[in-house]
Design a protein around this ligand. Structure first.
Ligand SMILES: [Zn+2]
Length: 418
């Protein structure tokens, strides 16, 4: 094993047990964990297309959105099978022998030979298929060839539909983590960038995904396919270079204190990454601010934006950050945004309220002039962890991915988890 500045690399065969107990659906040590990625939610209806669909239902009762700590074995407690889909699909109910999807028990309720677009809807907390009640609030869809199309995107693995009283119908992609990474890598970084940068990105994204899987605290998924977590649009973005970067680093994650690291990343820092405590309020030993001299090619290295105070005030009110009108906004010496001369909020709260496109980066100064807030900033994204443009610059300067990761996540350890 090679040792590079700031990061040690060692191979360990079993790294999961310490965190095994905390996951709702366990990965056995040494096996590739499955990720659950929410690719859409809040729907009244959703259409999914695929070949030779098989539909499975969870033993969770309609209205129960989350998995219990330890899913009970067997097929006891199944909801009433009345109202099961008969039309369109072949009702199999094959002895209610439960299928095991990553530790959760599902029973096959129907199959649809040939190519189909199934329309899923909601009737109270029960999911309907092509208008017929399924009797369940929690379905898994499997297709021949392992690809399912939803919302113009095609996904590997299985798709899960979850009926939530709060959020309507959610669509979740369940996929082995390595397959997930092949697709998401091309959404997060251009496939034409140097391989060392893509490999650093693959490890950071894998670490983040594993961290969220065990510690994210989400109800029926681990990450969302958005800038809140990691951008992911299915298999369209798979390229030779991104597949290679994932394969070359298979199973490698950053860890700290025996746990997967929260390996955050962002587009570019504008010359200096930020301490996570300054941005999100809580310190993390390996997420300190670091000078970054490699990202000057970033289009948003420096930027300026003007937002009408009224529009900014409305956004802040909507987010519950302000009650009255907004007359002024400034930045204090600790980097917090100051509203109307006294109310202090974090800049990431302001960005979230007004929109990440309106204010591209978390590091900025702001002044108010004749009804306008004038922002001058550097970098794109929250600025914490790995700077993607910086990683590109380092790779072009000959750094390998271990050295890049060691620089941005100083103190974390590179391990092989499976
Ligand atoms: Zn940078």
């Amino acid at each position: 094993m090679r040792h590079e500045a700031g990061v040690t690399s060692r191979l360990i065969s079993v790294a999961i047990p310490a965190i095994l107990a905390s996951g709702p659906s366990d990965a056995r040590a040494g096996e590739t964990p499955e990720m659950m990625i929410k690719v859409g939610g809040g729907f009244a209806a959703a259409a999914l297309s695929g070949q030779d669909f098989k539909v499975f239902a969870s033993e969770l009762k309609p209205g129960e959105e989350c998995l219990s700590e330890s899913p009970s074995a067997g097929d006891g407690g199944l909801p009433d099978l009345e109202g099961l889909i008969e039309s369109g699909g072949k009702d199999v109910r094959d002895g209610a022998k439960p299928a095991d999807f990553n530790g959760e028990k599902f029973v096959r309720i129907s199959s649809f030979p040939g190519r189909h677009t199934l329309k899923f809807g909601l009737k109270k907390s029960v999911i309907t298929i092509n208008g017929e009640g399924s009797g369940y609030g929690h379905l898994i869809l499997e297709a021949a060839g392992g690809s399912i199309t939803f919302d113009k995107r095609t996904f590997r693995g299985r798709m899960e539909l979850v009926a939530s009283a709060r959020d309507g119908l959610a669509v979740v992609n369940r996929i082995p983590i390595e397959d997930y990474l092949k697709g998401m890598l091309g959404s997060e970084m251009s496939h034409s960038w140097p391989l060392a940068a893509l490999k650093a990105q693959a490890v950071a994204a894998r670490s983040y995904a594993v961290h969220q899987r065990y510690f994210g605290g989400k109800c029926h998924y681990h990450v969302e396919s958005s800038v809140i977590d990691q951008v992911y649009t299915g298999l369209q973005k798979e390229e030779i270079s991104t597949i290679q970067a994932v394969a070359d680093t298979a199973g490698e994650v950053l860890s700290y204190g025996g746990e997967p690291a929260l390996a955050l990343f962002h587009s570019c820092c504008g010359g200096q990454t930020r301490d996570i405590a300054e941005v999100f309020g809580k310190p993390v030993p390996y997420l300190k601010g670091r000078k970054c001299g490699f990202d000057s090619a970033c289009p948003l290295f420096r930027w300026k934006r003007t937002v009408p105070l009224e529009k900014l005030g409305d956004a802040l009110k909507k987010a519950g950050l302000l009650s009255g009108a907004l007359d002024s906004v400034s930045i204090d010496e600790r980097g917090r945004a100051v509203l109307n001369g006294s109310r202090k909020i974090r800049t990431d709260q302001l960005r979230r309220a007004v929109g990440y496109n309106a204010i591209p980066g978390g590091w900025f100064t702001v002044s108010s002039e004749v009804g306008q807030a004038v922002f001058s900033g550097r970098g794109s994204g929250h600025g914490v962890g790995m700077c993607q443009y910086g990683a590109k610059g380092m790779a072009e300067a000959g750094w390998d991915y271990r050295k890049i990761l060691g620089y941005y996540f100083s103190g974390a350890e590179l391990i092989r988890m499976y």
